[in-house]
Write a protein that binds this ligand. Sequence first.
Ligand SMILES: NC(=O)c1ccc[n+]([C@@H]2O[C@H](COP(=O)([O-])OP(=O)(O)OC[C@H]3O[C@@H](n4cnc5c(N)ncnc54)[C@H](OP(=O)(O)O)[C@@H]3O)[C@@H](O)[C@H]2O)c1
Length: 253
Amino acid sequence: MTDLTGKHILITGGGTGVGREIALQLAAAGAAVTVTGRRQAPLDEVSAQHSAIQAISADVTDPASMADLVREAAKRQGPIDITIANAGAADSKPFNRMTTEDWTQALMINLTGVFNSFQATLPAMERSGWGRLISIASTAGLKGYAYVSAYCAAKHGVIGLTKSLALELATKGITVNAVCPGFTETPMLEKSIENIMKKTGMDQAAAIKALQATNPMGRFIQPEEIARTVLWLCDDNSGSITGQAISVSGGEV
Ligand SMILES: NC(=O)c1ccc[n+]([C@@H]2O[C@H](COP(=O)([O-])OP(=O)(O)OC[C@H]3O[C@@H](n4cnc5c(N)ncnc54)[C@H](OP(=O)(O)O)[C@@H]3O)[C@@H](O)[C@H]2O)c1
């Protein structure tokens, strides 16, 4: 069993969905956990579930906000050993209706947010000679999907960042990996289902069926399955796994 006692873990987007589940599983494995996101209320709700989970709000698109967060988190629970860059948003629009602002926003949250999270936390890992940088990317980092080209471009970028940074840190005791979920049952998926209903006139059951049909197992991935993969990557015995994009998608990719 993975024992994370003595490790301090930062999880961006830790108040909801996949990030929330990762926080609960890693705290149960003995870690001190800091969850962050823009809204305080969901962070407080997760923090109330386990005494080792601290809530500090921050915006991953703002490097100054991330620096403040990391300083405050370290003051409360010590330097960060593991970063889970999970915050993201998947807004959809046909390419020919996309504005420069839509494009920039998608890249800021889904790609620059990972860059900011890793930059803010890497120095402490370099000092201690041990670390884990993990992003929650997506199957959208490994294949294309129509109407989410900016999101796909950003997630492909996360995989590129992962592969390059893994090589830079290979001799420093720090691994860098991306976990790539297929459609996973979270608030983000609920939004996608509503969007399909609105745009196509499908009822909810038909929209769910259409999305589940993309998964060879014919079902949605559960946040627990993503959290298990993250837990495994955090283990000391996973120290030779680096630069990987691990698909958790029922065989979709
Ligand atoms: N659900 C899926 O089907 C699926 C599939 C593949 C990959 N993923 C990826 O999994 C990750 C988690 O998504 P989820 O499904 O769990 O959806 P979710 O519940 O909507 O979680 C997204 C989280 O990101 C946070 N966030 C968004 N913008 C932020 C910002 N600028 N700064 C800080 N936090 C921010 C949100 O909190 P605030 O709004 O409070 O900031 C929220 O807690 C995302 O990276 C997503 O792309 C999801």
